[in-house]
Design a protein around this ligand. Structure first.
Ligand SMILES: *Cc1c(COP(=O)(O)O)cnc(C)c1O
Length: 362
């Protein structure tokens, strides 16, 4: 936490705004919107998953529709597709950003069209904070008129060519879960290019109550709005977002400086125009065996590291889902490792971790 979160939470208590609406909710939305720019319209919600659920519904996704989803991601990118009774179709990654491969995306769309089943939406993810191939994916989205839901849950503070992640998709999604770059303990936001979509999201998130003195409903709603108490935490966190990005990028640069000469360690590069918040520092090793040797060696030193996300097309729960694959995400899963990346790591922590890795590789 920074210096101001407690004060905003105290204000909520002092004014008795203990509800899923109030001044902190509005203030948090305004702070996100002015940070993101591009006249983004922000709805604060109970989680990033809730934002994906509402976002897909607002893009018109319904029963039996196909939705193209990045395979290399956390399961929350895909689960809401199933909440809506639609079918996830998983798309593998390219090697430059580790995100959705434009070639496979276009192949999936044209095959869908040929079978008279044009996909309803695309869920593209800026994984680990690295922006996806914005130009290529959005060109395909426009060419075939299939909207992108931009999962920016891991990429608040990342940019592509001076435009903030979260503002590229027809709908963007942020997460403020406890593990993300800033947090409200649990929380999320839907970012819309147009105000009407935001208003519809808020309507659905508050039980779809019609404008009437009595309780009247013309649609099925959800209880997905953010609490005014948690939004107070969010307002304080927005004030330290840039510090958190700098801390994560410092971790990354530290690891890189000490380890990039090692042939067993490769880092994910920022290409021209890319700015990653470096939410997690991830490295690629030459083999599963070397990855495990590093991971287990660190564990013996009481240092936790983790394999990269297991692709959705390899998950038991999605074993029957259609997928377009090229082997990239499977290789990343086999050979990749997330290093300790918290914003509160000290230089002494980083030194201890890096020394342990150097010793393991000796
Ligand atoms: C965290 C995360 C989500 C879900 O956000 P929650 O706020 O935890 O529901 C979605 N997609 C990705 C890629 C995430 O990392």
């Amino acid at each position: 936490m920074g210096d101001m979160e407690q004060q905003f939470v105290d204000e909520a208590f002092a004014t008795n705004w203990i509800a899923p609406l109030g001044p902190n909710v509005n203030g948090f939305e305004d702070a996100i919107s002015s940070y993101l720019g591009n006249s983004s319209n922000v709805a604060a919600l109970s989680s990033g998953t809730a934002a994906i659920h509402l976002g897909l519904q607002l893009l018109g996704v319904g029963k039996n529709d196909d939705v193209l989803c990045q395979s290399f991601t956390f399961s929350a990118s895909a689960n809401p597709i199933c909440y809506l009774g639609a079918n996830p179709v998983f798309i593998d990654s390219e090697t430059d950003t580790w995100n959705m491969c434009p070639i496979l995306l276009e192949q999936a769309i044209t095959e869908g069209i040929a079978k008279n089943k044009k996909p309803k939406a695309i869920v593209a993810v800026h994984l680990y904070g690295m922006p996806y191939k914005v130009k290529a994916l959005h060109a395909i989205s426009e060419k075939y008129d299939v909207p992108i839901l931009e999962d920016s849950a891991e990429a608040l503070g990342s940019r592509f060519e001076d435009r903030n992640c979260g503002t590229f998709g027809t709908i963007g999604v942020l997460s403020f879960n406890g593990n993300k770059i800033i947090t409200t303990s649990g929380g999320g936001a839907l970012v819309a290019k147009n105000k009407e979509i935001k208003d519809r999201a808020v309507h659905l998130a508050t039980q779809a109550r019609d404008d009437a003195p009595h309780y009247q409903h013309s649609a099925i709603g959800y209880n997905y709005r953010m609490s005014n108490v948690l939004a107070g935490i969010g307002r304080g966190q927005m004030m330290v977002l840039d510090d958190r990005v700098n801390a994560r990028r410092f971790n990354h640069e530290y690891y890189r400086k000490r380890l990039e000469a090692k042939e067993e360690i490769t880092f994910l590069e920022e290409g021209e125009g890319y700015f990653s918040n470096r939410w997690l520092t991830c490295v690629l090793t030459p083999s599963f065996e070397i990855r495990e040797k590093i991971r287990m060696g660190l564990l013996a030193e009481n240092i936790e590291s983790r394999p990269l996300w297991k692709p959705m097309h390899l998950q038991p729960v999605f074993k029957d889902s259609k997928h377009f694959v090229n082997g990239v995400s499977e290789t990343l899963f086999d050979k990749g490792l997330c290093l300790p990346s918290g914003s509160n790591l000290t230089e002494a922590d980083l030194s201890r971790i890096t020394t342990a890795i150097e010793n393991i590789l000796k």
